[in-house]
Design a protein around this ligand. Sequence first.
Ligand code: ADP
Length: 585
Amino acid sequence: MTAPSALETASTADVPAEAELTDGYHLVVDALKLNDVDTIYGVVGIPITDLARLAQAQGIRYIGFRHESNAGHAAAAAGYLTKRPGVALTVSAPGFLNGLVALANATTNCFPMVQISGSSERHLVDLKQGDYEEMDQLAAAQPFVKAAYRVSRVEDIGRGIARALRTAISGRPGGVYLDIPAAVLGSIMDAEEGAKTLSRLVDPAPRQLPAPEAVDRAIEILAGARRPLVVLGKGAAYAQADERIREFIESTGIPYVPMSMAKGLLPDNHPQSAATARSLALRKADVVVLLGARLNWLLNHGEAPQWNPDAKFIQVDIEPKELDSNQPIAAPLVGDIESVLEVLAERTKPGQITAPTAWREELAARSAQNVAKMAERLKADPHPMQFMGALKAVRDVVHERPETYIVNEGANALDIARNVIDMQVPRHRLDSGTWGVMGIGMGYAIAAAVETGAPVVAVEGDSAFGFSGMELETICRYKLPVVTVIMNNGGVYRGDDINPLETDPSPTTLMLQARHDLMIEAFGGKGYRATTPAEVTAALTEALASGGPALIDCAIDPSAGTESGHIAHLNPKGITVGNITPAKK
Ligand code: ADP
């Protein structure tokens, strides 16, 4: 079924015959262009097909996906990478709901994104008369997003888009839903009047400066610290305040721990990085500066025994509601990171904040020990191939190409790659993020390639890859420089679980012999099968040199990996943990 064209659905009742006309489709595209939206990620269908066509014809790049969730994840990643809202476009009801997963994920991760969905006839939806793809999408979106808006009149399109973009990008960034009913898209109005309804945002994400007394409070606490620590989160990466952050870290000498997506903000081999002495750093730090990082589950909520129970927290965040959410914050610094660090630098007296040498040396010694242990583990080259072996090969190849973006999801594939693959440049690692979600892989990879033109290596667990695998076709259709590397151990977590009844495969079993490399060949990409680290190295080197779409299926030992990776403790503890234990009668 094809969508009715703009003119077929138009109502021209109120417009004089001689006037030059515009319609909802044109006004949406004009409003987006006026606000510098240059790319839309979406899936077409009723009622937005002509919108995608028109956007493309008017010079906005349209990237068409196979599933809205993946288009949405791409828009979210685009928002994170560019600091401008990524835009996703979906059809009504089911398409809208598919996209909503990504929009909610963007909100959770604080990525700026706008999902625009077409919707069915309002009067039919509101009386539940059973329209095509009937759903009250505005109400459905509301609980999952930063804000949800609906445009009900064609003359409000400009305002609706401006409002959606500003809401997504200002303050704490997040996902915004914009509902545009089909009838509004098809409405016609005088072109001159229509142009007057559009506006370009002035200062879309205004700076937010902290109060001087708040900064002085933080300086005083830091000046008295004996074991200070900075935690860099993805909010710090997003802020694009790279120079300021480097200056703050290096001028104070404070050791830092990067959260996974903040890796590369300073190169992972930086002498002040305590990433490889993380447990010790958290356990002993007496003053902790949270720079765009939340004290959520990823940081054990700031609780002992992982943290020093007497630690004082200084939290730099643009969102005041975040403060005190888990631990009391001794010095809240509400503002954008660039501004906060600027004021902090201005108000700090020379030499006032310095990290004591004994503390730096203690962490450096632990780091050296841990690095040596890791080097030993990486040296081993057992057969069948283990995660470590395959990922060390990936690490060595991308180390030579620091411009490469890394996308990473899975359980063991995520945990091990995060530790093994060093990052050297800011914002070059995109992963499962705050929810620990699976399914972001191909969407994030496509966005990274589209937005930057740089090569992308997506390191995927075989299970995680399945959520977005059909987008290999999208990668091939747009000829994107994305190399997907699959850690194929034939299972969710691992591939050797057994169903004691031997009826069906166990819940965590996938096909061990699956040839993901053949999938990409179906779409004209290059597939490789690797059974040793040397084969991974050769395949990845060749694939990156070719600049085209490729997939490397790494045959990993099915008994490699642990259940739930590093977060097994989050599984509820009953009497049947892991393999089945019969309950006592
Ligand atoms: P991580 O998972 O890496 O620890 P989080 O996503 O938990 O990071 O935290 C990111 C935090 O950064 C959020 O609380 C968000 O409000 C904040 N943030 C985002 N952008 C900025 C900015 N420009 N300045 C200050 N804080 C920011």
